[in-house]
Design a binder for this molecule. Structure first.
Ligand SMILES: Cc1cc2nc3c(=O)[nH]c(=O)nc-3n(C[C@H](O)[C@H](O)[C@H](O)COP(=O)(O)O)c2cc1C
Length: 405
């Protein structure tokens, strides 16, 4: 999950360095029994951040010091046998923060797209392929177990795979999935020149099928076709963009477009699952232990990924393995308001990052709870004020709000 707590500065040389706060956070998850922890977006271009405080790995900010900090990040992520995976991303047209000190982030219009610019083939090589290769090699050197491409949520790689956003007419565009997915194939092949397939290094990706469905007539077929490429390229794929278990509200009361998207997510899961054979297929959106166990036992998925619940209960896997819980301790925010849920989860993440573990402290120590309506109401009030001042802050890091209970 995007942490928003790494170093930030107008000079890109000092941008995106992990720090003790990051280590505190990832230590909680590895000690909490997770078998794999995936970092938030680590950007490969310091000018194309998703949020201020993203970690960044690129030539421009590279130093021996960054190498050391990445090694420490890998070490804390891997305590107790947890696999440490770094998510690599590039925002492309969705860039929230530009190269100057100007701060473009607009959290209300998160999915705002900036002007379309068709970059040259030369820039595709230098600005995209070379950057992903550079960052991957540094991640491997640091001792992480693998990477995951963020090829979802409208970021650069999905801008290429999307029939709606990709307006190119050359070998990286057009109506065929083969040419739209070529950028990802080329990046992986370039990485494979340094890290062969029989190396134990894991390479995965993220796919949000609902993006494809809503944007073109062939969306469904596109998602399947893209998955066929992913099956060959990747060790695991994360399927996201919906909820794996029904929301606790009658479907007829949901806004129709939202209900349609949720239904599509569930329907498409089986279709895509059937494409993935060698490549592990993971999904997000779980709430109950029964839901997770049934999904794995029935073969619908090979593993369950947990995001929001991991910030309120970093020890969730340990509790599940000890048979202490039947599900996650879910918050009382509106289930339809994903924005406030992400913000509150970011707040919990921020609180964890500020409270290092000491001998004997519980893994949930210092985390604000949003499991009662009173706390959620208070959070929403404080957050409204925070949001209104967000763009004018001198320093936009940390990205999330600290909650005063
Ligand atoms: C605070 C926060 C930050 C997130 N950051 C990222 C990110 O950096 N990259 C990403 O692919 N997904 C990100 N997500 C989305 C989650 O990985 C996940 O797909 C989504 O929240 C659904 O899973 P859940 O129902 O378990 O929360 C983020 C979610 C939250 C709550």
């Amino acid at each position: 999950m995007s942490e928003g707590i790494c170093t930030w500065g107008s000079d890109v040389k000092n941008r995106g360095y992990p720090n003790q706060e990051i280590f505190n956070l990832y230590e909680r998850w590895s000690r909490g029994g997770f078998s794999m922890s995936i970092t938030g977006n680590v950007m490969v271009n310091p000018y194309c951040l998703e949020i201020p405080g993203n970690a960044v790995i690129c030539q421009e900010n590279w130093s021996e010091e960054l190498g050391k900090l990445l090694r420490k990040w890998a070490d804390v992520s891997k305590i107790d046998g947890c696999l440490g995976i770094v998510q690599l991303g590039h925002c492309g047209r969705q860039t929230a923060v530009d190269s100057s000190t100007e701060f473009h982030y607009d959290p209300i219009n998160e999915f705002k797209f900036y002007e379309y610019v068709q970059i040259s083939l030369e820039d595709i090589q230098h600005e995209i392929i070379d950057r992903f290769v550079f960052a991957t090699l540094k991640v491997k050197e640091a001792g992480f177990d693998g990477i995951q491409f963020n090829s979802a949520y409208g970021f650069l790689l999905s801008q290429f795979t999307s029939a709606k956003h990709n307006k190119r007419t050359d070998k990286y565009g057009g109506q065929s999935v083969e040419s739209r997915v070529k950028i990802i194939v080329d990046i992986v092949n370039a990485i494979r020149e340094y890290i062969p397939k029989d190396d134990k290094f894991i390479i995965g990706a993220k796919i949000n099928p609902t993006e494809y469905f809503f944007e073109s007539e062939n969306g469904l077929q596109d998602a399947v076709e893209i998955s066929k490429y992913f099956e060959d390229l990747f060790d695991f794929v994360e399927y996201c963009g919906g909820v794996a278990e029904p929301l606790n509200i009658p479907i007829e009361t949901l806004p129709p477009a939202f209900a349609k998207r949720l239904k599509f997510y569930v329907d498409l899961q089986d279709l895509l699952r059937s494409v993935y054979k060698e490549c592990k297929f993971f999904a997000t959106g779980y709430r109950s232990v029964e839901g997770m166990v049934n999904s794995i036992k029935s073969g619908r998925v090979d593993g369950c990924l947990i995001a929001r619940a991991a910030t309120s209960e970093p020890d969730l896997p340990l509790k599940i393995m000890k048979n202490e819980v039947t599900g996650v301790h879910w918050n009382k925010f509106s289930p339809l308001d994903f924005h406030i849920q992400v913000e509150a989860s970011g707040t919990q993440l921020l609180h964890i990052s500020k409270t290092p573990l000491k001998n004997g402290t519980s893994l949930t120590y210092g985390i604000p709870e949003f499991t009662n309506e009173e706390a959620c109401k208070k959070y929403v009030e404080q957050h409204e004020k925070f949001e209104s001042t967000r763009k004018n802050r001198d320093c936009p890091v940390p990205n999330y709000m600290e909650f005063v209970e």
